[in-house]
Design a protein around this ligand. Structure first.
Ligand code: SF4
Length: 358
């Protein structure tokens, strides 16, 4: 059985963002940390793609690589990031500055990192409008007020003159989203945008993103460690572990039929997922630092289903079954319609092919 039949190379033609075999590493005196180690996924217009995993899995480094924000001692070593057909990895810092906050905007976990405390919220939105839409004066003020209204800030014409410290946490995050929208982006990257907020405000921000996406046909990349949030917002989910995407599927399929043991563990650790259990289940151990080439399964030390070959063969994303074409897992237990020996050979062959491509 040829592994190419099960290859899950992401070739969605309508994708506005296509990331292929992205390799981003950080070089220290002692080691090379392969924070993104062969990451591939795509996002279509009007689609929300979730990237989920524990801290240290490489989610934020993936986002920063796309935004051109990897600084020394980090570097993109290989792979491709195409936005609207254009390769981004070869852009200069000057070209990237135009893309950042223009076609692609980012919302971070802590709104205070994006807001300058000494300028009014309105002035900061107007600065974006000037830079990216050429608006100034009354026209920019009007647009800033209408953006604050669009993100649900009441009494926007008064609040546009207020400073970030006069806004509550949830309102600040709405203001940051308004600033991002001021650039009229096609892709919005949200890095844990609701983690610092309480549950009610979190639900409001998720609903807001959903509404904005529908109105503007935005593509959204949503990073979180929270499977509950992913269930609310994502159309498609990529599960990351130690620098690699270990499972990828449409959201309903992933929640109903998780295949990778890591995803199964994440889902079991959602509070309330097993009402009969006395205690909340957790995945024992920590995410390892990916500081050597993956010649084995990085999840093996924590995997309840690990067997001998898991320490010797690097599993790569392959279709979980021959009749499921949009669900892949990087685990030697799949494809599940072939013998275990065949599955292991397929992963070994596919891993060798991708090493040769590098
Ligand atoms: S390859 Fe082995 S260790 Fe890795 S997830 Fe699959 S069963 Fe577990």
């Amino acid at each position: 059985m040829a592994s190419s039949e099960y290859s899950t190379a992401d070739t969605r033609e309508d994708a506005i963002l296509q990331v292929e075999n992205l390799q981003t590493a950080f070089f220290t005196d002692k080691e090379v940390i392969r924070a993104c180690d062969g990451v591939s996924f795509s996002i279509e217009r009007g689609e929300t793609v979730g990237i989920v995993g524990e801290s240290g899995s490489g989610k934020s480094v993936t986002a920063r690589s796309i935004m051109g924000l990897i600084k020394s001692p980090g570097r993109i070593l290989g792979g491709s990031i195409r936005f609207d057909g254009e390769e981004l990895t070869s852009k200069s810092e000057k070209q990237y500055r135009e893309i950042r906050g223009g076609d692609i905007a980012m919302v971070f976990q802590d709104p205070l990192t994006s807001l300058n405390p000494v300028y009014t919220v309105g002035n900061q939105i107007k600065e974006s409008l000037k830079l990216h839409q050429g608006l100034s004066g009354t026209e920019a003020t009007k647009e800033a007020i209408s953006l604050l209204e669009a993100v649900g800030i009441p009494d926007a014409s008064r609040r546009v003159k207020e400073y970030p410290h006069e806004f509550s946490g949830g309102m600040r995050q709405r203001a940051v989203i308004a600033m991002a929208l001021a650039c009229d982006p096609e892709l919005l990257i949200c890095d844990e945008p609701t983690t610092a907020l309480d549950v009610t405000i979190q639900a409001q921000i998720l609903e807001l993103l959903d509404d904005l996406q529908e109105e503007r046909d935005l593509a959204i990349m949503f990073i979180t460690h929270d499977m509950g949030v992913i269930a609310e917002i994502a159309d498609r989910v990529n599960v990351m572990y130690a620098g690699e995407i270990v499972e990828s599927a449409p959201v309903v399929e992933l929640f109903e039929n998780p295949r990778h043991p890591y995803t199964q563990g994440l889902l079991r650790s959602i509070p309330g997922s097993n009402p009969n259990a006395d205690r909340l289940e957790t995945i024992e151990g920590d995410v390892p630092t990916p500081n050597e080439p993956a010649t084995y399964c990085r999840f093996a030390p924590r995997c309840p289903k690990a067997f001998d070959e898991c320490d010797k063969v690097h599993p790569v994303p392959l279709a979980v079954d021959d009749d499921v074409d949009d669900h892949s897992a990087a685990c030697l237990l799949y494809p599940e319609n072939v013998s275990q020996k065949q599955a292991i050979d397929m992963h070994r062959d596919a891993a060798t092919d991708s090493e040769e491509e590098l």
